[in-house]
Design a protein around this ligand. Structure first.
Ligand code: BMA
Length: 366
């Protein structure tokens, strides 16, 4: 039996078996297939993801086909993260000085090889300053209808939509994207954070953005990831949740701080969160992911098999994604590169039969 819930034209299809449709009822076939396949992968094993993997790494930028992950393991990540901060300003390069044209090309390459693309957006503060300018409690309110920056925000969303709409394969088909806006909102470091707006305002921001992209701009290649940062329980996790008809993927961003001494705390925190997230995902017909993670500089040589894999292996999540290997900042890397001390352990982790890198992926868009 199927139940169709529709709010403002956005559909959410629920069956009695707990399977849910996409937020966008009119999502493309390939987008819906990706969603179904994320759920399947989560049951079988876990995909490995890396932010900005294909645009730069330690000691290089833009080299075609290059990837630190591939250099050390022989394979690309299964999931590629991309960052669109500054796109909204009409700039040609991201806040990390990466060309949006190059990002578009690489997204297309990943898709054509069968990999998965996810986009984050450190969108600037509409009242001035960057995403981290969190002095004001007015910013979220200001972009909503009736707010002083609503017109500006619409221009920003238009530019975002133009870029997302331009992500197409050779045949002109839209490339499915896992979009992860307004992330880590349970923290207080972005203008959309929990110290900067009320739960109602955050939810309104989310709904407004989702509806604008789908209904006003006609994008049908998006799956939406909700991704708070560290929380201690489900109530906290769902405090600012915009609703099952507004979220496709339940994510969370959790990092390990400190070297070896931080490992147990990190494992405990990840396991605690994935426990309630995977239960909720199951009940709601959604899929869970660890949307951002890592230990800056990977100070433990066996971090892959002894820390992160231990933290995630008992839970049905589709992937975990480690943050970027900065070419522009000292000691800001989360994946190994040739010569890095965790390389051997990383290959061991990669060879686990339950771990998916790109070449082992089943078809994700069929
Ligand atoms: C942060 C850091 C920054 C970067 C931002 C967006 O976590 O990596 O250096 O600008 O993400 O990619």
């Amino acid at each position: 039996m199927k139940l169709i819930l529709s709010i403002f034209g956005l559909g959410c299809l629920l069956s009695t078996t707990g399977r849910a449709a996409t937020v966008d009822a009119n999502a493309t076939k390939k987008t819906k297939a990706l969603y179904a396949n994320l759920k399947k992968i989560a049951q079988r094993g876990i995909m490995f993801g890396h932010q900005d993997d294909a645009v730069y790494g330690i000691g290089w930028k833009y080299d075609s086909g290059r990837s630190d992950v591939k250099s050390v393991s022989g394979d690309y990540p299964a999931v590629f993260g991309w960052e669109l901060g500054n796109l909204e300003l009409g700039r040609s390069h991201s806040l990390d000085s990466v060309s949006f044209d190059t990002i578009r090309t690489r997204i297309k390459e990943v898709y054509s090889r069968g990999g998965v693309n996810t986009i984050s957006w450190h969108v600037n503060n509409p009242l001035g300053g960057n995403a981290w300018n969190c002095n004001s409690t007015e910013a979220v309110k200001s972009v909503l209808p009736g707010g002083a920056q609503n017109e500006l925000f619409k221009v920003w969303l238009d530019r975002l939509a133009t870029f997302i709409g331009s992500l197409r394969d050779d045949k002109g088909n839209a490339i499915p994207i896992l979009f992860r806006p307004f992330h880590e909102h349970t923290g207080g470091w972005f203008w959309w954070g929990s110290k900067q707006c009320t739960p109602q305002e955050y939810i309104a921001l989310w709904k407004y953005t989702v509806k604008y992209l789908i209904q006003t701009k006609g994008l049908h290649n998006l799956l939406f990831i909700y991704s708070p940062s560290s929380v201690t329980n489900a109530a906290q996790y769902f405090e600012r949740y915009p609703g099952d008809n507004m979220v496709d993927v339940l994510g969370i961003d959790i990092y390990q701080f400190g070297g070896k001494e931080g490992a147990d705390k990190f494992i405990g925190e990840v396991r605690n969160s994935l426990e309630f997230m995977t239960k909720a995902a199951n009940l709601r017909g959604k899929v869970a992911v660890l949307s951002e993670t890592g230990q800056e500089t990977i100070a433990m040589p066996n971090w892959w098999t002894e820390v992160i894999y231990k933290a995630v292996k008992d839970y049905q999540i589709a992937y975990f994604l480690v943050w970027r290997n900065a070419y522009d900042r000292q000691n800001h890397f989360y994946a190994p590169y040739p010569g890095q001390t965790s390389t051997e352990d990383f290959v061991k982790f990669k060879n686990d039969p339950k771990v998916y890198f790109e070449s082992r992926l089943p078809k994700m868009y069929k």
